[in-house]
Design a protein around this ligand. Structure first.
Ligand code: MN
Length: 228
């Protein structure tokens, strides 16, 4: 007997490197302006003001090698990011304990309808329409921390059609992974299955249909996504 009035949605999940089992996704938190050089390129002061976060929808995450050019925009930007996957959560998590909540790390793209985001910023409205749309978070498999160790430094980069667009180092993050977990947990109850997109280095820019994006973080391989 079906206990729902409509068919329930499938569990949204991400692949795990070297495992047949998948990682179920609950929420997707994203930090803004977390690399000083990217804050500057977006016209902001990179001083260490409190961090700010927005969310994407769990079903915006996709483990596929194509990114369909989204509707209602003519300026879609790539933002290459390290993604943190949590295996447990809680409130008021301390800095000291924060990393114990991490299941693993993945490569991710925070695809952004920059024109819509800009209009919303100008009007003082939420950015959601620029950030949380279908296929807006292409992601590679999650690498368990048991195999990678914790990632606090290492090259992060993105090429488009072989040309280097974004490059930085994880050690340039203004807010580090434990700080992001601790800070978020003061405002939200974090839980197993939550993802945190940790911000992007400088060099964000537009893509067109046919472009091939290749993102990398040292130790996590490559994420290859074609815009279609
Ligand atoms: Mn971002």
């Amino acid at each position: 007997m079906n206990e729902y009035v409509i068919n329930p949605h499938a569990v949204i999940s991400a692949a795990v490197a070297g495992e047949e089992k998948r990682f179920p996704i609950r929420r997707v938190y994203c930090i803004g302006r977390n690399y000083a050089d990217h804050a500057i390129e977006m016209g902001h002061d990179p001083d260490r003001e409190p961090p700010f976060f927005f969310q994407k929808n769990p079903d915006n995450v996709c483990n596929v090698d194509t990114f369909p050019y989204p509707p209602q925009t003519s300026d879609v930007h790539h933002e290459m990011e390290l993604v943190v996957a949590l295996k447990r959560g809680g409130s008021d998590i301390t800095l000291e304990n924060a990393l114990e909540h991490v299941y693993g790390y993945a490569l991710g793209l925070d695809m952004t309808r920059r024109d819509l985001q800009g209009e919303m910023k100008k009007m003082g409205r939420p950015w959601e329409i620029g950030k949380a749309f279908e296929h807006s978070a292409p992601m590679g498999p999650i690498h368990p921390v048991s195999r990678t160790g914790h990632l606090d430094k290492g090259r992060i980069a993105l090429t488009v059609n072989g040309e280097l667009r974004q490059e930085g180092d994880l050690d340039q993050m203004i807010w580090k992974v434990p700080e992001m977990i601790a800070y978020l947990s003061r405002f939200y109850t974090l839980a197993a299955g939550d993802l945190i997109m940790t911000g992007t280095p400088a060099g964000v820019g537009p893509v067109e249909r046919g472009d091939v994006m290749v993102g990398t973080v040292e130790g996590l391989g490559e994420l290859v996504v074609t815009v279609v």
